[in-house]
Design a protein around this ligand. Structure first.
Ligand code: HEC
Ligand code: HEC
Length: 373
């Protein structure tokens, strides 16, 4: 029987996340380890969660008080605790953490701050879970996602970005790693609330944490669970008339301001930062790679709710008196999305004769490749 910590170390070796884990050991220890295999091989320090900047900027005493409360509710790396209603079944966070360290950490980071070693040159950046903000949800603007939204993202990946799909993971692993993402999110949210409170109140009152901060985190997720966006009207069977009406709405409701008249997003206004402090730009709707999914309901929800943390606004209230327009826009987005495949637009890398001349300098930095800024 191999001792568990050696087994864990072997797993680390076998999955190739060497760059992340290797620095726990000196080079020669590493070599010895490879040579002698499992016998007598101990890894040095296990990974640690990194404190947020807000936390580390607090005076020492407050920092200690805030961190003590964080550990009380969210545990430690060795013993993570999901902040959740106590009557729910306990998730398998140990398994979730193992899967996460194997498959996700290189991009999303040990703490879930999106700063894994591979993240540096990615666009868009891997999600920083600690704000509890997720883009591709079935819930209203600003709301937490439903658990199923995260399961779906992890299963399918996000097309046109570096986020891979994990459809081949065994079901228990997939569910457990989603629980671990939930864990990291809620831990990060509590950390943020603790740091903000410490800063404004100049003290941390354990009773207040229990009665106010922890329930605040829980309530947000509960609201998300109850808040699925259902279409105002049933989906029509799309015809070219929906597409025509959708195109007219696209040009008059402000979509083209960011996405461009042709949906390619190459407009001068189309620059900004997202809530995670990263540069962002409106999706190229013609790329054939809709990030949030290609089902009509996916696109409906993007338009209805907007996209959390990004400049993409929700149109729920702007279009509440003309709910069918949302489906028309869906039809138009779908048709634009299929254009390039149908040969109506040149493929990436080819010249772009249809671009107005004055825009072409504006676009030179933004190539067609979806993952360059
Ligand atoms: C190669 C890098 C990479 C790996 C590995 C990776 N991700 Fe991601 N992930 C990303 C990027 C990039 C995004 C952001 C995409 C965007 O903003 O459109 C993302 C976004 C996400 C999101 C947020 C979706 C949303 O709606 O906002 C979740 C959840 C997620 N990843 C979970 C995981 C899990 C779980 C794993 C491991 C099983 C994993 N990721 C592995 C790069 C990666
Ligand atoms: C203020 C700028 C802005 C306006 C106005 C705007 N969008 Fe967006 N839109 C964005 C940005 C930015 C994104 C990309 C968000 C991300 O994934 O990071 C986006 C993404 C989308 C997506 C998701 C694409 C995908 O990859 O899944 C759809 C669909 C969309 N917009 C449709 C519309 C429609 C339809 C309108 C008008 C009713 C509109 N947008 C108005 C900025 C805008």
């Amino acid at each position: 029987m191999i001792p568990p910590d050696v087994q864990a170390w072997n797993n680390v070796i076998s999955v190739g996340s060497l760059r992340v884990n290797r620095r726990w050991m000196s080079g020669s220890a590493w070599l010895t380890c490879l040579v002698i295999g499992a016998a007598g091989c101990h890894r040095a320090d296990p990974p640690q969660y990194v404190s947020s900047t807000q936390m580390t900027e607090l005076p020492d005493e407050l920092q200690t008080a805030a961190k003590t409360e964080l550990v009380k509710y969210a545990g430690t790396y060795q013993h993570p605790l999901l902040i959740a209603e106590s009557d729910l079944p306990k998730p398998d966070l140990a398994r979730g953490q193992a899967v996460y360290q194997e498959r996700c950490v290189q991009c999303h980071g040990v703490t879930g701050d999106g700063q894994g070693e591979a993240a540096k040159y990615m666009y868009p950046k891997p999600r920083d879970y600690r704000r509890g903000l997720f883009k591709f949800t079935s819930t209203p603007y600003g709301a937490r996602p439903q658990r199923d939204d995260l399961v779906r993202t992890v299963r399918l990946g996000i097309r046109g970005t570096s986020m891979p799909g994990f459809a081949l993971l065994p079901e228990h692993d997939l569910q457990s790693v989603v629980d671990y993402v939930l864990y990291l999110s809620r831990r990060g949210e509590l950390e943020e609330l603790l740091a903000l409170t410490a800063e404004s109140e100049e003290e941390i009152d354990p009773e207040m944490v229990e009665e106010d901060l922890v329930p605040t985190v829980l309530q947000r997720w509960q609201d998300g669970d109850e808040g699925e966006v259902r279409p105002l009207t049933p989906p029509p069977k799309f015809t070219s008339e929906n597409v025509e009406r959708g195109k007219a709405a696209f040009l008059t409701k402000g979509c083209s301001k960011c996405h461009g008249e042709d949906g390619r997003g190459q407009t001068a206004e189309n620059r900004g930062n997202d809530a995670w402090g990263q540069p962002t730009r409106a999706a190229d709707l013609s790329s054939g790679m809709l990030h949030g999914g290609t089902r009509p309901i996916d696109i409906y929800r993007r338009i209805y709710s907007g996209i959390n943390g990004t400049p993409m606004p929700g149109f729920a209230s702007a279009l509440q008196n003309e709910p069918d327009t949302i489906w028309d826009l869906v039809a138009y987005v779908l048709s634009v999305s299929n254009h390039r495949r149908e040969g109506q637009m040149p493929l990436p890398g080819l010249t772009r004769p249809y671009l107005p001349k004055e825009e072409s300098t504006e676009t030179s930095a933004a190539t067609d490749a979806d993952d360059t800024p």
